[in-house]
Design a protein around this ligand. Structure first.
Ligand SMILES: [Zn+2]
Length: 55
């Protein structure tokens, strides 16, 4: 299995220690742009839709 881990991005963008859902979402959105080492969890995807539909 090949993982495309962008070490530099991870070092520059660590996940906050006690992230809010929005912080996690933001992290994963940015993460997906620069690194493919893991996919966004389904829960967060659902959360993203919920947040968008609020506006
Ligand atoms: Zn990654």
């Amino acid at each position: 299995m090949t993982t495309k881990l962008n070490k530099e991005w991870h070092q520059a963008n660590p996940m906050p220690k006690n992230p809010t859902i929005e912080e996690r979402l933001h992290w994963h959105i940015e993460h997906a742009k620069y690194c493919q080492c893991r996919a966004m969890p389904e829960k967060l995807k659902a959360m993203k839709k919920k947040l968008k539909s609020k506006r």
